[in-house]
Design a protein around this ligand. Structure first.
Ligand SMILES: Cc1cc2nc3c(=O)[nH]c(=O)nc-3n(C[C@H](O)[C@H](O)[C@H](O)COP(=O)(O)O)c2cc1C
Length: 402
């Protein structure tokens, strides 16, 4: 969800400037689009209901997605520099991706490329369509640049998602960047049947995306995180790999699809090591670290104190340090054997660079898009390109974790 509206409150530091009249502010951002978003658009958007504005924004992006010329114009205007990365057997134009949960129904697939993302992760999608939890289910803590959500996998179901993806393909609007799908478990499916639920979605979507992420780490589906236990996860991955082998064996299918597992930031290092122990036997292509956290950091901000009492997963700035710690631990344990996608609290080039040097080959953002706006991918890519200098990407990944 893009929670532009809902809870009020502002912080006046570097990231969130006070919404004073435009003329009183000196734009220090290199990108006018970010300056405009932070100082003009965001105050207007934040005055409205969160989920409603998210839906409106997605509808607008869905309309943009219908028009190739408009997508090209936006892409040219944002002017994201190239920073190619080869990973998961795929070519990424840059390492900054859209995190799962923003476009659960794949309604704006071409728009994410137009905004400059180097890849996008659609979904989470479940085998059966479901409405998610009752509203309100999304809350902002602007002073902390944080969100709390308990969406509960609201999504149109794997069959509908497959139809939409097939349409984007058929109409020639499929993006040139890699597209992944995030798979969750249907709420109505008992935990014991989770493997067939995940494998069922995977089968329906196999032909239509470049990689798949098994999400066993959302805090908003009852008991889902128990599926991170070694035995349960092993069963899910075995079922998925058997579908993978079967479908990849068809003529012209070009080999098995990369399967990654997304972990929670609340797992102990021992539990993370259990997940790592499945990487080789279950031929995992990579890990995604991390999902939202159940933890609540202390805060002096009165609005955040109220918001933090809500049930759900916390994302955004307060998650950054823990999520980077998980990336670093996984990188050390894996010794760079498979790539890690680092996600959690990336708001600035510094945050993104920290994830990369801790071991992330690719990064993703969700909450910061809400707070920093559509210029964010371009800012992150340009900043990381500058940091990279003449070094190779592979030399930098994990350089602070070795
Ligand atoms: C409203 C919302 C919905 C989300 N839905 C999903 C989801 O369906 N599947 C998933 O794996 N992660 C989901 N996430 C987690 C994000 O993909 C990401 O891991 C998390 O927000 C941390 O990144 P951030 O700090 O950049 O937001 C969701 C996050 C938010 C805020």
């Amino acid at each position: 969800m893009i929670p532009w509206g809902g809870v009020g409150g502002w912080r006046s530091d570097r990231a969130l400037r006070l919404p004073l009249p435009v003329g009183l502010r000196i734009p220090d951002s290199p990108r006018p689009v970010s300056w405009f978003y932070r100082n003009v658009a965001r105050p207007v958007l934040f005055a409205q209901d969160s989920e409603c504005i998210h839906d409106r924004t997605l509808r607008a992006l869905a309309r943009v997605s219908q028009c190739r010329t408009l997508c090209r114009a936006i892409s040219g205007w944002l002017d994201v520099p190239p920073l190619p990365v080869r990973c998961l057997g795929l070519d990424f134009p840059n390492p900054v991706g859209l995190a799962a949960g923003m476009d659960k129904g794949a309604v704006a697939v071409p728009a994410w490329e137009a905004l400059g993302f180097g890849f996008s992760e659609l979904g989470g999608v479940t085998l059966h369509a479901q409405p998610g939890n009752p509203q309100p289910r999304l809350f902002r803590a602007p002073a902390e640049a944080a969100l709390i959500n308990r969406m509960g996998f609201n999504n149109p179901g794997a069959a509908t998602l497959a139809t939409r993806l097939a349409e984007w393909h058929a109409r020639g609007l499929w993006p040139r960047h890699p597209v992944g799908v995030n798979l969750g478990k249907s709420k109505s499916t008992p935990l014991g049947d989770a493997a067939s639920d995940y494998a069922g979605s995977f089968r329906q979507l196999w032909d239509l995306a470049d990689f798949f992420v098994v999400n066993v780490s959302s805090p908003n589906t009852p008991n889902l995180r128990q599926l991170q236990d070694r035995g349960a996860l092993d069963e899910i991955l075995a079922a998925m790999q058997s579908v993978n082998e079967e479908l990849a064996a068809r003529p012209g299918c070009g080999g098995p699809k990369p399967i990654l597992v997304k972990v929670a930031p609340d797992l102990s290092y021992e539990a993370l090591d259990d997940v790592v122990s499945l990487v080789r036997p279950r031929r995992l292509a990579g890990l995604v670290a991390t999902n939202t956290t159940l933890a609540r950091p202390s805060t002096h901000d009165p609005v955040a104190q109220i918001v933090y009492r809500e049930t759900g997963g916390l994302s955004g700035s307060p998650l950054a340090a823990r999520s980077t710690g998980v990336v670093r631990h996984l990188f050390k344990q894996l010794r760079g054997a498979v790539p890690i996608i680092g996600v959690g609290g990336i708001t600035s080039v510094d945050d993104a660079w920290e994830k990369v040097t801790a071991g992330a080959s690719l990064v993703q953002v969700y909450s910061a898009l809400v707070y920093e706006g559509p210029g964010l991918p371009a800012e992150l890519v340009a900043g990381m390109r500058e940091r990279l200098g003449g070094a190779r990407w592979s030399e930098v990944v994990g350089s602070e974790a070795r």
